[in-house]
Design a protein around this ligand. Structure first.
Ligand code: G6P
Length: 612
């Protein structure tokens, strides 16, 4: 949610900043801006729209400077416009600031400053903060970083910020509370960004800022202070663990398609070193030391948002079956504001691709306060969820850039499968059943490949249904969350309204919507739910719905009743949800391409939602 990028060094910073904004555009893309310091003065260019628009404007009126800050925005306060775009400046025009997060008490700050004669041009909360810094700086005789810190002490809300001031040229100040920041340490140059993706091609050495830390960079180098503890902190650099290739589109037209295809090996990467098909066991090093507490928990909560929440629902089915522990799956945004029954006998699993989702983090913090053991399942190494949970499991899916989550989802589900296999084998799952389960998981990559090879037949289904305004997705058991996720994928990238439902619930409402214009995607694996799903398909057919069946085994009945069939390789029934998810990702992708939608940056969305 909003991308922050900054450069401090000797080079012309514009190419780095523009390239960095492109890398961070997945975080928000309604406007962008850049401000550069040169010879003791600061110039800025801002533009509504994507980074391309900003780049065009910069070509018309170029600016230069070797210290610079830049921002790509996802609007919270104020519509996307040139004025509301960051960086924002104070009333003297000497202080510039970029911000990710929300200043909750901005209207109070504005009111106080307005009485002091400040005027505000934008509708943003950020402009309140930059003027608060200015008010303190020009009144209290503090140096710039002290003034920034003093202002932040008055702020309620969340922020990742970078600021500079032309009265103290050659200085850059950045701080974090709730929104991630990474410092890249190069040779005689520094980079600050919302994540490491814009930095990796310049240096692999980074420092992840912790909550409440403020960095000052000047000619002498960098220093980091904990504002909370009022001390200087010495932090070692760590190495970025991904390569540039992983964050490039390569030959694919879209990141989303690349990431769908990567699932052939990302699911394997998630399992690497963790699964043993020979003896049918799984081993999860990151939680091993807490396994007995987890298995003896009275209850488990899984908390997450969006796609990760859908993975959590699959986790519920699996963990309850294999561990025999009651599992509640809750939207993090609900969990954090109610009184859940959480104590030291509770385990709270937070699932998050980015590891930075504000609600998920807040839910995890709340669970900790209540004495629960917290477990993180996340993709981004070193992210806040990874750092703040008691223990955890990385999904190892590699960087996910497309806003609609694909490979991260199947890796999250894979982790939950591994977890349930661990539970099962520690309880009463026989080694023979464990072996079948583990072998099916282990071989999943080749089945994903088969689905990808059949992408053209899914494209044909998309071509036939592209004019529909609504889709319904139906599934039972483990495939009910798959239906939800299939519908979400379609909504996110094609803007077609879609709903996922437990197949049998359809008759309690959605059935009223079914007519000859409504495609209904029915998840029909050949497991114990098959006959029941078939009955539900009959109910749809009787209302003339267009039936798209996703199945691992065609039967004469299915062939007769279905308008279209999407085939999924036949394997262990538990693996069907992962495979069918890949098919539904392709269906959503093809429909969105046919409708000429912006696949990687769908309107109004952002990949990493760091505001609540
Ligand atoms: C946003 C993204 C979704 C994602 C959700 C949760 O809404 O667009 O794709 O599922 O956030 O993100 P997380 O990083 O916590 O999994």
């Amino acid at each position: 949610m909003c991308g922050i990028i900054s450069y401090y060094g000797k080079r012309d910073s514009v190419p780095f900043l523009i390239n960095g904004l492109r890398r961070l555009e997945y975080r928000g893309y309604d406007s962008a801006g850049i401000a550069l310091m040169k010879d003791g003065s600061i110039e800025a260019v801002k533009k509504a729209g994507k980074v391309d628009e900003l780049e065009k404007k910069l070509k018309e009126s170029p600016i230069k400077g070797s210290i610079g800050i830049a921002h790509t925005r996802w609007a919270t306060h104020g519509e996307p416009s040139d004025i509301n775009a960051h960086p924002h400046k104070d009333k003297t025009g000497k202080i510039f600031l970029i911000h990710n997060g929300i200043i909750e008490n901005y209207s109070t700050i504005k009111e106080v400053l307005t009485r002091k004669g400040f005027q505000f041009k934008s509708q943003t909360d950020t402009e309140a903060l930059v003027n608060l810094i200015s008010d303190i700086y020009y009144a209290d005789g503090l140096n710039f970083e002290q003034a920034v810190e003093a202002a932040l002490n008055q702020v309620v809300g969340t922020y990742g910020i970078v600021a500079f001031c032309s009265d103290e040229p050659n200085k850059l100040v950045a701080a974090r509370h709730g929104s991630p920041l990474v410092l890249g340490v190069g040779k005689d140059e520094y980079f600050i960004a919302s994540d490491a993706s814009p930095i990796v091609e310049h240096t692999r050495n980074v420092i992840y800022l912790d909550e409440g830390e403020i960095i000052t960079i000047n000619e002498k180098g960098h220093s980091i202070r904990s504002m909370k503890d009022d001390v200087i902190v010495n932090k070692e650099t760590t190495e970025i663990e991904f390569s540039i290739e992983e964050i490039e589109k390569g030959e694919f037209p879209h990141f989303m398609l690349k990431e769908i295809y990567e699932q052939v090996f990302t699911i394997k990467d998630t399992m690497r070193g963790r699964i043993n098909p020979i003896d049918g066991t799984a081993h999860l090093g990151g939680i091993e030391h807490q396994m007995s507490r987890i298995q003896n928990a009275h209850r488990i909560y899984i908390t997450a948002c969006g796609t990760s929440w859908h993975a959590g629902l699959i986790g519920k089915y699996l963990i309850e079956e294999y561990a025999g522990i009651p599992v509640h799956v809750e939207y993090a945004s609900e969990f954090r504001y109610r009184k859940p029954i959480v104590d030291s006998n509770t385990v709270v699993i937070g699932i998050s691709q980015s590891g930075e989702t504000a609600d998920t983090l807040a839910a995890i913090r709340k669970a900790k306060d209540f004495g629960a053991l917290t477990v993180g399942i996340c993709n981004v190494v070193g992210s806040s969820v990874a750092r703040e949970t008691d223990c955890g499991i990385y999904t190892h899916a590699g960087p996910e850039i497309g806003v609609a989550s694909t490979k991260a989802f199947t890796s999250q589900v894979t982790v939950l499968f591994l977890l349930s296999l661990c539970f099962g084998r520690n309880k009463n799952l026989s080694s023979q059943t464990g072996k079948k389960y583990a072998t099916a998981l282990f071989n999943i990559g080749e089945h994903v490949k088969t689905i990808l090879d059949g992408s053209d037949s899914i494209l044909e289904v998309a071509k036939s249904t592209v004019k529909a305004d609504n889709f319904l997705y139906l599934g039972r058991g483990l495939n009910f969350p798959v239906a939800l996720e299939g519908a979400l994928k379609l909504k996110e990238i094609s803007y077609i309204h879609a709903e996922g439902y437990p197949a049998a619930e359809m008759k309690h409402g959605p059935i009223a919507l079914i007519d000859e214009k409504m495609p209904v995607v029915c998840l029909a694996p050949h497991d114990k739910t098959f006959q029941k799903v078939l009955s539900n398909i009959q109910e749809v057919k009787a209302r003339k719905g267009v039936i798209i069946t996703v199945t691992d085994k065609r039967t004469p009945e299915l062939e007769k009743i279905s308008d279209y069939i999407i085939d999924v390789p036949s394997t262990h029934p538990k693996v069907f949800p992962i495979l069918s998810s890949v098919s539904l990702q392709l269906l959503a992708y093809h429909l969105a391409v046919l409708r000429d939608c912006d696949i990687d940056q769908p309107r109004n969305l952002a990949k990493s939602v760091t505001v609540e």
